[in-house]
Design a protein around this ligand. Structure first.
Ligand SMILES: [Zn+2]
Length: 154
């Protein structure tokens, strides 16, 4: 998986204009492109690695989610994408996408230009940034130690 360029100069367009500037739109687009893969990687952390042929003991129960933070991060990713997709559906009278992360992310990317001009665009960018960072902190705890937490994003 490619590394993501999160520059430390983490800027959101909150103070300037409700609409997103070009760099913020591009960053949001990259984040949306990344989220389905991140979501899939989180899923891989849920099921314990297959035990080496020791099925009889039955200590590990395959299929039972064991990683609480990953479960929460996945729910946050999906819920956030779904709620912003709802805004687009209401605002544009377009059809609701499938409620899967890849479909929701693709839908948001398709309507990014519209979303970026919406008064809530900065909130959308902040939400999506937050859930992506939360997910990446679980997947790559060491690469994100320098990222400030709770940077005022709602
Ligand atoms: Zn901006």
């Amino acid at each position: 998986m490619q590394e993501i360029e999160f520059r430390s100069a983490h800027h959101l367009c909150v103070e300037t204009d409700p609409a997103l500037c070009e760099p913020c739109q591009e960053r949001l687009d990259r984040q949306l492109a990344l989220l389905p893969r991140v979501y899939g990687e989180l899923e891989a952390t849920l099921v314990p690695a297959p035990d080496s042929g020791d099925r009889e003991t039955g200590t590990a129960r395959p299929g039972i989610p064991l990683n609480g933070p990953a479960v929460e991060a996945r729910a946050a990713v999906r819920g956030t994408l779904a709620s912003w997709a709802d805004l687009i559906v209401e605002g544009r009278t377009v059809r609701l996408p499938l409620r899967t992360v890849p479909a929701l992310a693709a839908f948001l990317r398709r309507h990014l230009g519209w979303l970026a001009a919406h008064p809530a665009a900065d909130d959308a960018a902040a939400d999506i940034d937050t859930v992506l960072r939360q997910a990446l902190r679980i997947l790559r705890p060491h690469s994100f130690s320098a990222v400030p937490t709770g940077s005022g994003a709602r």
